[in-house]
Structures are given as structure tokens and as C-alpha cells.
Write a protein that binds this ligand. Structure first.
Ligand code: FAD
Length: 434
């Protein structure tokens, strides 16, 4: 749209690209500045709750179509109700059938309650649906100048180039530079903290997984819990791959001189970590690739980000609320953020000049999203302790564990996004309407 305001999005990850599609749908010009030289995602799976899928439809039909083109229901598609199953992955349950693991509890999530995809496939599908040139690669943000006397905000990149926009949305992930600029480099929340958990991921060909585990287990979405560790798996890529994430505890600090959160890892490390666990878990770890990678899990639990917007700069997705992945809901929360943010921006631009509209829309978005997403950071940290039988509320009591996990999961899955939208629109009206 000519003369329409232009927004700069820092970071071309999942949340940044979804946000770009949503803004373009509303006639707003967008540029995404991504530090990498091209699309960059790791070879791991990602699952969206039904709620996040519904929010995505409202953000942008194109973004929703992109997800549809790569997603697979993560549970058994022959069942009318999809469920997540928690099993005791530590103890051996039947000497005659070492692969037997009785369910500790199940949570029903409705028909195709979770949709899984390969992260790299989703990122590419989103990118393909953006107008050519929307994403500018090789642009690592260094500084932002939000001079209140000017109509434009300036973005300075590490390569010395400068861009300008009416406002900036920082979707630059867990180590967000935008967050550090908003809070100041010495603020404890400007950097995420190591949770002393390492995650090892694998995508195992489904034929191999079925041969080793049986179809019922391989096609199910299953969380194996036990002391100090846990392991989750679900099918992705049209049920052709089994996505596995194994979490191990680590007493040491995470040291990487280049600030990376990923390091090389071997299958043997995962096998050794779970060597005392039961046969099904050991069988899964033995299918990991001989050489792979491990991810250090960081979050902002210890030092919560105090606010998500200042002037014409705001944060969305992991840059605002870096949650450990134990609820599997970080990206979903990012989609909710985008829906709230673009709704506020769209409405505000109808009522005020871009500068006033964007500043107010950002502040309303901050107020609407803060509590829920900070709760997600806290709860993601706490459910990990529950899976590992170490949370003071639940310890090894499976009844209490189920109640807690169910209540927390339902808060995520059954979020009333329509209410969020209605409150967002009222807040914009109240602030900027006649
Ligand atoms: P990112 O995906 O991290 O993207 C940030 C982008 O910004 C990157 O492309 C980066 O290169 C770029 N960038 C960074 N700094 C700069 C800079 N200075 N200048 C320019 N560009 C920059 N969530 C779910 O909803 N469901 C799941 O099943 C799930 N499983 C998970 C499993 C694991 C093991 C982990 C670790 C996380 C999981 N999550 C899940 C969480 C989810 O991965 C994140 O919430 C999501 O990827 C956040 O997206 P984002 O776009 O905010 O950040």
C-alpha cells in the first residue's frame, strides 16, 4: 500500500515471518531483517496446539495455508480424540514384555489436538508466501534510534548499513538484541539464563521407529518421565518421521565463547544419559544419529523481562518471553502475540497518525500479553520439575502431577483468544477513539 506506514521486523524466525504475513494482509508495508545469510532452522519438529492453529487462521490465511502444507496431526488420526500420554520411562514394568509401559495418565486434546511439523519446512513455507524481497538476509541488528522528534525509527546493522521504519518489532528470539536495547545491556533480563537442561533432538524414519517400538507407540504422542530426565516423541512430516526430544540434566555452566546455544553431540551421550531407563526409552536413544547436536535450554525464568514495549519498539515471541520448551507452547504463544499485536496496530492506524497509533498499539499489546506469557515462562520451568518428579507440589504423586499438568495445559490449549481480541479493540478505542 502506497503511503502506508512501514514496519521493520527484526528476525526472520517463525514468529517474525508470521507477523510479516499478518501485517501485509492488513495493508501494512513490512521489511524483515534477518541476521543469517538465508533461511535458517534446525532439523527438529514443532507442534502447534489447536488454539494456536485457530489464532494463526485469524493472523493470515496465507500463514495458515503454509502451516497446513507441512503439518501432520501428532496423534493417532484414526481416533476421534487425540491425546498426550505420560508414561513411566524409568521403571521396567513387565519382565515378559520389556517394551510394555503402562500409561500413568492421558490428557485428551480433541480431534487432531496437536499439529506437528518439521521446523525448516514451516519456515520455508512461510517465506515462500511473502512478497519477494520482504526478508532481507545478512542484516544483524546492532542499534535502534527511536528519536521522538522524528517520524522514523533508525535501525543500524552490524554491516554498517542503516534502515528506517515507522516502528520496530523485535522477533529476534531468545538472545534478542532488541530486548537488550530496550532494557539496557546491564539489565539482568537482557540475557536469558541457562536452565541446566540439555536437549538432544532426532528425526527418526518412521519405518525404523515402528519396527523398533511398534506402530501404537511410534504413532502416539508420548512423554516418558522419570528422575532428572525426560523424553518426548511425536510423529511429524506426514507421519514419515518420529520427532524425539530427550532432556538431560547438566550441573556445569554452559560455556561457549561465541555465544552459541548448540554444540556437537554423539549418540553415545544420549544412550549413556538414559542407560538406567527402561527398554522402550533405551531403544529410542539407540536410534539417535551417531553424530548430532545438543541444545542448551535457556529461559528468562530467573530474570523476567519487565515490559515488552517502549516508544515505537516492541518485542514478540521468544524475545519477549523466552520459555523452556517443556509445555511445547513457545511458538504458539508467539502466534497469539502476533494476533494481538497486529489487531491493535490495524485498529490504531484507523484512528491516529502512524506515530501515535503505533506507540499506543505497542503499549496496549504489552498490557494484553504480559501476564499470560510470563506465566508461560514460569510454568514451563515448573512442569519440567514435575516430569522429573522433583517439584515440591507433586513429587512422585501421579494424581497430583496429572491435576497440575492438566490445569496448566488447559490454560494454554483453551485460551480465549476472542476475548483477548475484544479487549484489545476496546483498549484501542478507549485510548484513541473519539
Ligand atoms: P526464533 O525462532 O529464535 O527466531 C529468531 C530469529 O531472529 C532467528 O532467525 C535469528 O537468526 C534472528 N536474529 C537473532 N538476532 C538477530 C539480530 N541481532 N538481527 C537480526 N536477526 C536476528 N514451541 C511450540 O509452540 N511447540 C513446540 O512443540 C515447541 N518445541 C520446542 C522444542 C525445543 C527443544 C525448543 C528449544 C523449543 C520449542 N518450542 C516449541 C519453542 C519454539 O521453538 C520457540 O518459541 C520459537 O521458535 C520462537 O520463535 P521466534 O521467531 O520468536 O524466535
Amino acid at each position: 500500500m502506497q503511503n502506508a506506514p512501514e514496519l521493520a521486523i527484526v528476525g526472520g524466525g517463525i514468529v517474525g515471518l508470521i507477523c510479516a504475513l499478518g501485517l501485509i494482509d492488513r495493508g501494512i508495508n513490512v521489511r524483515v531483517y534477518e541476521q543469517a545469510g538465508g533461511l535458517r532452522e534446525n532439523g527438529a519438529g514443532l507442534a502447534f496446539t489447536r488454539n494456536a492453529v485457530e489464532c494463526l487462521k485469524l493472523v493470515s490465511p496465507l500463514a495458515s495455508e503454509a502451516l497446513k502444507s507441512v503439518q501432520t496431526p501428532t496423534g493417532d488420526t484414526t481416533q476421534p480424540n487425540d491425546h498426550l500420554t505420560w508414561v513411566d520411562g524409568f521403571n521396567q514394568h513387565d519382565q515378559n514384555d520389556p517394551m510394555f509401559e503402562p500409561a500413568l495418565f492421558k490428557l485428551f486434546v480433541g480431534a487432531n489436538g496437536f499439529e506437528g511439523c518439521h521446523r525448516a519446512h514451516l519456515l520455508e513455507a512461510l517465506w515462500k508466501r511473502l512478497p519477494q524481497g520482504t526478508v532481507v538476509f545478512g542484516k544483524k541488528l546492532q542499534t535502534i534510534h527511536d528519536d521522538l522528534h522524528s517520524d522514523r525509527v533508525l535501525l543500524h546493522f552490524v554491516d554498517g548499513s542503516i534502515a528506517q521504519a515507522n516502528a520496530v518489532i523485535g522477533c529476534d528470539g531468545i538472545k534478542s538484541r532488541t530486548r537488550a536495547l530496550l532494557l539496557g545491556p546491564d539489565h539482568p533480563a537482557s540475557k536469558p539464563q541457562y536452565t541446566h537442561k540439555l536437549s538432544y533432538r532426532a528425526l527418526i524414519p518412521m519405518e525404523k521407529a515402528i519396527a523398533a517400538l511398534g506402530a501404537q507407540k511410534a504413532l502416539d504422542q508420548c512423554m516418558h518421565i522419570g528422575p532428572n530426565r525426560h523424553l518426548l516423541h511425536f510423529p511429524v512430516a506426514d507421519q514419515k518421521l518420529l520427532n524425539v526430544v530427550a532432556f538431560n540434566s547438566d550441573c556445569d555452566p554452559w560455556v561457549d565463547e561465541n555465544g552459541r546455544l548448540i554444540a556437537p553431540a554423539t549418540r553415545q551421550e544420549v544412550v549413556d544419559a538414559f542407560k538406567d531407563w527402561n527398554k522402550p526409552v533405551r531403544t529410542i536413544t539407540e536410534m539417535f544419529p551417531e553424530v548430532g547436536e545438543k541444545w542448551a535450554v535457556f529461559d528468562s525464568y530467573e530474570h523476567p523481562v519487565p515490559f515488552y514495549s517502549k516508544g515505537r519498539v516492541c518485542l514478540a515471541g521468544d524475545s519477549a518471553h523466552a520459555a523452556a520448551p517443556h509445555h511445547g507452547a513457545g511458538a504458539g504463544a508467539g502466534v497469539e502475540d502476533v494476533l494481538c499485536l497486529i489487531t491493535a496496530i490495524d485498529k490504531a492506524l484507523m484512528l491516529a497518525t502512524p506515530k501515535t497509533a503505533l506507540t499506543n498499539a505497542f503499549s496496549i499489546y504489552d498490557g494484553m500479553r504480559y501476564e499470560r506469557t510470563q506465566w508461560l515462562v514460569e510454568s514451563s520451568h515448573e512442569v519440567c520439575e514435575m516430569y522429573e518428579l522433583d517439584h515440591p507440589l507433586t513429587k512422585g504423586d501421579m494424581g497430583k502431577c496429572k491435576d497440575e499438568i492438566e490445569a496448566r495445559s488447559h490454560k494454554i490449549w483453551y485460551f480465549d483468544y476472542e476475548e483477548m481480541l475484544s479487549q484489545t479493540l476496546s483498549a484501542v478505542d478507549k485510548l484513541l477513539g473519539q
